[in-house]
Write a protein that binds this ligand. Sequence first.
Ligand code: CP3
Length: 346
Amino acid sequence: MNDLFLRACRREPVERTPIWIMRQAGRYLPEYRAVREKVDFVTLCKTPELAAEVTLQPIDRLNFDAAILFSDIMVPVEPMGFKVSFEPGPVIDRPVRTPDDIDRMRLSDPEEEVPFVYETIRILRQELADRVPLIGFGGAPFTLAAYLVEGRGSKNFEGIKRLIFADPGSAHRLLEKIAEATIRYLAAQVRAGAQALQLFDSWAGLLGRAEYEEFGLRHARRVLDGLRETGVPLIYFALNSSHLLHEIRHCGADVVGVDWRLPLNEASERLEHRFVLQGNLDPTVLFAPPEQVGRQAARVLDLASGLPGHIFNLGHGVLPGTPVESVQALVEAVRTTSARMSDGSG
Ligand code: CP3
């Protein structure tokens, strides 16, 4: 089995740097677009055979060192009592508007409410047959709350920020409910076979330090602490969080994902070298010619060379329209360059 990714998460020695990329199953792949021509995104998420098929597409074609479950961070909010559609970003039918809306939110058994997630994981473990490990994932409480209050994607997410400042008690109740539901949702992913978990905090960067500590970090930490007993490596990724890394030191994960805004060595300093880091090539580098891709990947590897551990990834998801050949060039560059660096001849 190729367990480079899991070994890197646990800070064990690796002969080269493992690589996977966020949104590796997606619209940049022609075979993904072919499946999407036949079914909409929600049907794809809810049909285990199809979700498993698209999860495997980037593994088969590009040889990544880990697979990530094909799903969405909004999947577990339906059992909490919300209707979600995608246009293409998530849209909530009746967003949270009053304290009553928070009281009405349900805490249910995810294995009963979203069985397709767990069935997809079981199929994947069988089909992967230990080729590479499978990562499960969910959204962090603040990021899910941002969508639940705003109702859809937004530049500033002023809805959740207003709630934090105007009615912090309700904000905490909302975040606590989401945290509890997320622990159940993700612990069940591990029971079904997920071998690592990533918590996505895509909107945490909208918060200043004090608010992040109270409303972002505290609830993300609650989720990660609640998942510790699953025994699998835990990854925390907050986009746009360079100003929050000092707080993120206390997140309770094993691995911290870093976006492209800070060099990895500096991010690690701010984190007091407590974590394996995951990242952080700017996804738009993949629109440059292959030799530039190789050069920029080598820069990231170089900056990561003194860290407690490194998993190569992009600084955020791969963009639709990215040439597949660039992703191929990236995987090859990371393999050869990191292998050369670790055998001492680089
Ligand atoms: O990484 C992977 O390959 C696994 C799949 C995955 C998806 N969404 C599939 C998806 C993962 C890990 C996510 C997480 C997710 N979803 C996040 C956190 C990561 C991030 O991007 O910050 C967020 C914020 C969402 C919410 C969401 N879902 C948005 C904003 C969108 C629109 C994205 C877009 O580019 O249009 C979605 C829909 C979505 N989720 C798509 C995919 C492949 C596009 C659907 C399609 O039209 O095929």
